[in-house]
Design a protein around this ligand. Structure first.
Ligand code: SF4
Ligand code: SF4
Length: 161
């Protein structure tokens, strides 16, 4: 599926997540599935939570016990393959990289979008942050229903009510 469509199957997605008990604290989820010569995620992480063992072409691995959810790696990844995820009560809090315009504003409700590009529910915009270094990439904090934990990937502006 991934090689033909670019869309991972559920088992591949779940393999990148820790258990929900770990997600009571924000953690980086690295959806980097292809072996490519790339490593800014590893070099940018201040706690050395991300490693690429041996060959630089290998996919990165994360030690969730070392990840403090700071989001630096999200800004550093040229493939926009990393997001921060936290579970609180019945909500999933995502911090996603975003490089589109217009930017959402805090308090707005946009559409939550899945990996197939389909609308899957409402996404409350909680915060819009930017990095002084990677100034074209924004970090959008979004709250969605917890049921969308393995489905949500990005947001789209609502074009109608
Ligand atoms: S969120 Fe911060 S601590 Fe966690 S892997 Fe990314 S850079 Fe490292
Ligand atoms: S920086 Fe992004 S694309 Fe590059 S290896 Fe890390 S996760 Fe993959």
């Amino acid at each position: 599926m991934l090689s033909k469509t670019g869309i991972p199957i559920l088992a591949q997605i779940c393999s990148k997540f820790p258990s929900e008990s770990v997600l009571i604290h924000p953690k980086a989820i690295i959806e980097c599935y292809e072996e490519i010569p790339c490593n800014p995620c590893t070099t940018s992480c201040p706690t050395k939570a991300i490693t690429i063992n041996g060959n630089m072409n290998h996919c990165p691995e994360i030690d969730f016990s070392k990840c403090v959810g700071c989001g630096i790696c999200v800004f550093s990844c040229p493939g926009l393959a990393i997001m921060i995820v936290e579970v609180k009560d019945n909500k999933a809090i995502f911090k996603i990289p975003y490089e589109m315009l217009p930017l959402p504003q805090k308090g707005e409700v946009w559409d939550a979008i899945n990996r197939q590009g389909q609308i899957i529910g409402p996404a409350l915009i909680e915060k819009v942050s930017h990095s002084p270094v990677h100034n074209k990439t924004r970090l959008i904090q979004v709250q969605v229903d917890k049921a969308l934990l393995y489905d949500f990937i990005t947001i789209k502006e609502k074009t109608y009510e």
